[in-house]
Design a protein around this ligand. Structure first.
Ligand code: CA
Length: 252
């Protein structure tokens, strides 16, 4: 990763463009700390909205590259802001990281189902939040590149157009459902996907009680993925996450 962009570099065209982060947080101290931490890297511009309404106005004026969203807000709460934005054209791909003091698993699941990409529970480490913002920005560029619909990782290579999946250069046979499951997890790599979301997107059910069938299919898929099996991580109480291991990752 070439995150160290020196000012002395002659070719200014290769310098990454500044990205914009909108922080929705009603506590000024917390908002200020987040802004300070994120802007320290020098390549992010951070704007703060103290209410849900202000967040909607600012986000609509100019779509940010990442949204950090507190759940407990005066007026529209964070879940409402998430729901409204996700329903607007142009906001489908906006990475949303929820911040919540609520320990409730229900809120987190609701947030993920409303289209949040990630969440952090307060109190949180600002440095970890910064790392997650950078991961979200990388995912954004990956999504733009994903038009070819081929995933290449260290162990797993999946051509979703050609319906061909290989682990360590060996083709594996997946059922249609396993293939679609893998496709959805890989497309949403490094983010938690709830069982309900998988049922809705892979199975097409809106309100199914059979979330266990997701677990069964995940189990079978893992069984076929060999060295890549552990990349499908169980996130207890929430769902599953495909952890990316880049092609260039060191062996071992
Ligand atoms: Ca709050």
């Amino acid at each position: 990763m070439s995150a160290s962009d020196r000012d002395a570099r002659p070719n200014t065209a290769s310098r990454p463009k500044r990205r914009r982060v909108l922080v929705v947080e009603d506590e000024p101290d917390v908002a200020g700390l987040i802004k300070h931490t994120l802007e320290r890297g020098g390549d992010l511009d951070v704007e703060i909205a103290h209410t849900g309404e202000a967040a909607l106005t600012k986000a609509t004026e100019r779509v940010p590259d990442v949204l950090i969203l507190d759940l407990n807000l005066p007026g529209f709460d964070g879940l409402e802001v998430c729901r409204i934005l996700r329903g607007r054209p142009g906001f489908e791909a906006l990475p949303i990281i929820m911040l919540t003091a609520r320990a409730s698993e229900g809120d987190r699941i609701k947030g993920l189902d409303l289209g949040a990409d990630d969440y952090m529970t307060k109190p949180f480490s600002p440095r970890e939040l910064a790392a997650r913002v950078r991961a979200a920005l990388r995912r954004g560029s990956d999504a733009a590149r994903a038009a070819t619909d081929v995933y290449r990782g260290k162990h797993l290579v999946a051509d979703f157009d050609a319906v061909a999946v290989a682990v360590d250069d060996k083709q594996i046979k997946l059922t249609r459902r396993e293939f679609e499951l893998l496709r959805y997890l890989v497309q949403n790599r490094n983010r938690v996907v709830s069982r309900d979301r998988l049922l809705e997107r892979v199975w097409g059910y809106e309100n199914s009680v059979e979330t266990r069938s997701v677990d069964v299919h995940i189990g079978r898929l893992r069984g076929k993925l060999g060295a890549a099996a552990s990349q499908i991580e169980t996130v207890v109480g929430l769902g599953y996450r495909f952890i990316e291991i880049p092609e260039t990752a060191a062996a071992g």
